[in-house]
Design a protein around this ligand. Structure first.
Ligand code: 5CA
Length: 446
């Protein structure tokens, strides 16, 4: 993309309404625009990162064997009357009447609707196990929408629903999600720690939240420092291997890590003092196993091999897709701007032309642009007439992990400069070597 033809409405001033750094940078970098409290338009660069996050979520769900669907945002109230949640859900649910005076709602979550799909189409244990998921907009009329996309009213969620015959099978589905989520967050450059949690209005006894440590997080967290050192990495996982999947879950949930909802001071005190930590975290996902809470009242039953009719065992599993943009920025920024992890960056590299209009630098930039594009990378080429300082400041603000600077002086020796946004370190090399280096770096971030 050439910056001269892009739509990147960067703000010079700090927007007064933004209290935390991620909100401030998302507004300043022209990623989002507020349309009403907690409701945002996604401008091109914000949308690009959102799509990258969605793509990682889809790939990791596919790896675990889960199947994508798409349900509507609008739901009939009658489904929620069946589960008993229509009255329970309270003021957070946006209730709407259609022209025929029928009660509708903008879905805050989809347990009822997916149960309806299941009961209409599945009747035998032979069709299990089944996991269906979607990435779809949700609406929750939060009392205090704040911090930009972090606590929105309209927000994008990945919500997955598991259907199994037995409790044991249902718990394997729960574990499978935990492992799939670990890799999902790691690919986004995040350390997201699973912590035992409260289930709230979704229900059930088994539930974990995934928390990204950040001082601006809304949850208080208590943990053993060792938990932050655990990594799934690229180890091979067979998602049908129950023992392996459970083993990984045990590895990540045995070391103490709890939110204030489930914190146990006596257990915490047993951790050696130098490893005890109290901090704050951003909840980027939550998984639940709630058995027959919805299948029983809604009649989602299957026939077993013995001919018995039993309600199906269910769980639901959510990732805060739009919230993740805020969480990634909270975890990865400096005083100049965002520092995108390679896995989610909107463009893989920026190209800065120090002397726009000079035929040698212009053509060297064009050649770099073409070479990177030919390798499947997407550069953002600042081909505007702005002075170098302004170009650098903009690149730092929008946070592309790598920048190639092209100027007449370096080119005289066939050199460009490759700069790492995170460390600030620069290295001079030939344009071909810069392309080869970026290809190598991104090969590790598919
Ligand atoms: N049905 C279940 C899982 S599919 C569910 O709704 N779970 S949830 O309530 O925990 O939401 C899933 C994730 O959505 C949360 O972990 C959080 O990351 C994100 N989320 C929840 N509320 C908001 C909000 N108001 N703004 C942005 N993200 C949110």
């Amino acid at each position: 993309m050439r910056l001269s033809r892009y739509f990147l409405p960067v703000l010079k001033e700090n927007p007064a309404e933004a209290q935390i750094v991620s909100h401030r940078y998302m507004l300043r970098a022209g990623m989002i625009k507020q349309q009403a409290a907690g409701i945002y338009s996604w401008l091109p660069m914000g949308l690009k990162v959102l799509r990258r996050i969605e793509q990682i979520v889809h790939e990791e769900q596919a790896r675990a064997g889960h199947i994508p669907v798409l349900m509507p945002t609008m739901q009939p109230a009658d489904l929620w009357r069946e589960s008993g949640r229509y009255d329970d859900y309270g003021a957070e649910m946006l209730r709407i009447k259609d022209r025929h005076e029928r009660d509708m709602l903008f879905g805050p979550t989809n347990e009822e609707m997916i149960t309806d799909i299941f009961r209409a189409n599945v009747s035998s244990y032979k069709q299990l196990p089944l996991t269906l998921y979607q990435i779809q907009w949700k609406f929750r009329d939060e009392v205090r929408p704040r911090f930009g996309v972090m606590r929105g009213r309209e927000f994008l969620m990945k919500d997955g629903y598991t259907f199994d015959l037995t409790v044991e099978d249902g718990l394997h589905a729960y574990n499978r999600h935990m492992v799939a989520y670990l890799r999902t967050y790691e690919r986004m450059g995040l350390t997201a720690i699973p912590m035992r949690a409260d289930s709230g209005p979704i229900g059930g006894d088994d539930t974990h939240e995934f928390l990204v440590l950040a001082s601006t997080g809304e949850s208080e967290v208590f943990y053993d420092q060792q938990v932050t050192e655990l990594k799934l990495g690229d180890r091979a996982v067979d998602f049908d291997d129950r023992a392996q999947v459970k083993g990984i879950c045990d590895e990540f949930t045995t070391v103490y890590a709890r939110t204030d909802e489930t914190h146990d001071a006596a257990l915490f005190d047993q951790i050696p003092e130098e490893r005890r930590r109290v901090g704050r975290g951003i909840e980027v996902g939550q998984i639940f196993f709630f058995g027959t809470k919805y299948s029983e009242p809604m009649g989602a039953v299957v026939v077993t091999d013995k001919g018995e009719r039993v309600p199906v065992q269910m769980g639901s599993h959510g990732i805060g897709v739009s919230r993740l943009l805020g969480a990634i920025i909270e975890a990865s920024h400096d005083d100049k701007g965002i520092i995108w992890p390679e896995g989610v960056t909107p463009f893989q590299a920026g190209i800065v032309n120090l002397k726009q209009g000079d035929s040698a630098t212009d053509s060297a930039c064009e050649a770099l642009y073409a070479a990177l594009t030919a390798k499947g990378l997407e550069p953002l080429y600042d081909d505007t007439d702005e002075r170098a300082g302004a170009k650098f400041a903009k690149m730092d603000l929008i946070g592309l992990p790598w920048r190639i600077t092209v100027g007449p002086r370096g080119l005289a020796q066939n050199k460009v400069e490759l700069t790492c946004r995170r460390t600030g370190e620069s290295e001079e090399m030939s344009p071909e070597a810069a392309v080869a280096r970026l290809v190598e770096i991104y090969a590790a971030h598919p």
